[in-house]
Ligand binder design. Structure first.
Ligand SMILES: *Cc1c(COP(=O)(O)O)cnc(C)c1O
Length: 437
């Protein structure tokens, strides 16, 4: 059994402890929602102010050249590339995850249509993040593909049917935190003649990814989760260099042109991932995103390995303490307990009759937030098979190794236990549903 003293000792010996100084977190808050919105890096406010006052206010239009604005999507892309195994020039930071997914899925569909094959299925997981499925639905309608949704364990069998052109998956599941073996799944897809599109929204900055070694053809990811870029931060897109120059992406705007400032009439795409830019990029948001990415790179040359090691220790500790202190109070761990099979979050269920139609899991999260322990709630899908994790209402807790410590984990579980023992969650305050859960 781990004690508070054990946790204090772990914090004391934590080589990444100093990284916490790179973030401004409110006093008294244990922030376990960095998987949804990363915390504010301490440098961001001053950097954004500098961009506003100096680069924009004084430099005016000259800053496109002199302050390096024009190149910023590439400069940040290269930094993100270091976290996902991409080489320089292969990643751009731009637009949102949804929009980037639209671009890469369209390009992957163009590759399928270019081949003589009749593989016209986009295969994905039923429990994938809805926006990914919505984007796929639109493109399938437009380009005559079929979207087929299966459970994770059915992917290999479905690939074997032979009609799958594209396997589109999210590496770490947003609800359960379950992580695919990217190499194993990509290899199976390639054996079946399919291209792979990976969404790294819950991976980039949380777990090491090797887009080259793990067999990705296309990848997108999010800037405001573990990359700490701020609300609505630009996302990123990576395309395998073998494919990058073969097809237009569908949003062929001038920033993706080979010579944007020659203002030619005819579109001619830039020779690499640069073509995945569309229009003028948001410099203020990109400046904030760069601070977020820098806060991770501060973990050193092996940043992702070091962060992952601590992330596993944190999630192991949380699972251990929850099982020990909260099992008899109706709490169960949904996230895989084998570290290789999970990302940096742990999801829990709670079984109890609720005094109102608000589920207990929702009310418990609200009661924890009132105590300064911030996690979030994701409703179960009423159409999913009754005993599957997709059907269950979840309490999600993200463990961002850059700013969460072992004592934080200890206190979070102590609060959870107290909320349950005292039935504090049954208070009417915690039974009000907000728009964003
Ligand atoms: C967070 C997340 C997104 C977010 O997409 P936006 O376009 O930024 O709203 C998309 N896909 C997955 C898997 C996510 O986790």
């Amino acid at each position: 059994m781990m004690t508070l003293e054990d946790c204090q000792a772990l914090d004391h010996n934590d080589a990444l402890r100093a990284l916490r100084e790179q973030f401004d977190l409110p006093v008294g808050v244990i922030y376990l929602d960095g998987n949804s919105l990363g915390a504010l890096p301490s440098r961001t406010a001053a950097r954004v102010q500098e961009v506003v006052k100096s680069e924009w206010g004084c430099g005016l239009i000259e800053s496109w050249n002199k302050a390096g604005w024009f190149d910023l999507p590439n400069r940040i892309g290269d930094k993100i590339g270091q976290l996902i195994g991409a080489r320089s020039g292969e990643v751009v930071a731009t637009d949102s995850t949804s929009i980037n997914l639209y671009k890469v899925l369209h390009a992957a569909m163009s590759m399928c249509r270019d081949k003589a094959s009749t593989q016209r299925v986009v295969l994905s997981e039923r429990s994938n993040f809805p926006t990914d499925l919505y984007i796929a639905q639109s493109l399938c309608q437009q380009l005559g593909f079929d979207l087929v949704l299966v459970e994770a364990q059915e992917i290999d069998t479905r690939l074997a049917v032979g009609d799958v052109g594209i396997l589109m998956l999210t590496h770490v599941n947003y609800r359960t935190g379950a992580m695919h073996d990217m190499k194993h799944v990509s290899d199976a897809a390639h054996r079946a003649g399919a291209y792979t599109v990976w969404d790294l929204a819950h991976s980039a900055g949380a777990v090491p990814v090797d887009v080259h070694g793990d067999g990705a053809d296309y990848a997108v990811g999010c800037g405001y989760k573990y990359l700490n870029g701020g609300p609505g931060a630009p996302a990123f897109v990576w395309v395998h260099p073998d494919h990058a120059s073969r097809f237009w992406q569908p949003l062929s705007g001038w920033w993706g042109h080979a010579h944007p400032f020659q203002f030619e009439t005819a579109y001619q795409p830039a020779p690499n991932t640069q073509r995945y830019l569309c229009g003028t990029q948001p410099m203020l948001s990109l400046a904030a995103l760069e601070c977020g990415v820098d806060s991770l790179l501060a973990a050193g040359p092996q940043a992702m390995q070091a962060l992952r090691e601590k992330s596993i220790q944190l999630t192991d500790l949380f699972i251990h303490l929850v099982k020990h202190h909260c099992t008899e109070l109706g709490v169960a761990v949904v996230t895989p307990q084998e570290p290789a099979q999970r990302g940096s979050q742990v999801s829990l269920t709670h079984t109890a009759a609720s005094p109102s139609d608000v589920p207990s899991a929702y009310a418990i999260v609200q009661a924890l937030i009132a105590r300064g322990v911030i996690g979030d709630y994701r409703a179960g899908d009423p159409q999913a098979p009754a005993h599957s994790s997709a059907a269950q209402n979840l309490m999600r807790f993200g463990f961002t190794p850059a700013y969460i410590g072992f004592v934080d984990v200890w206190h979070a579980v102590a609060h959870l236990r107290e909320v349950l023992v005292k039935e504090a969650w049954k208070h009417s305050n915690f039974m009000q549903r907000h728009a964003v859960t």
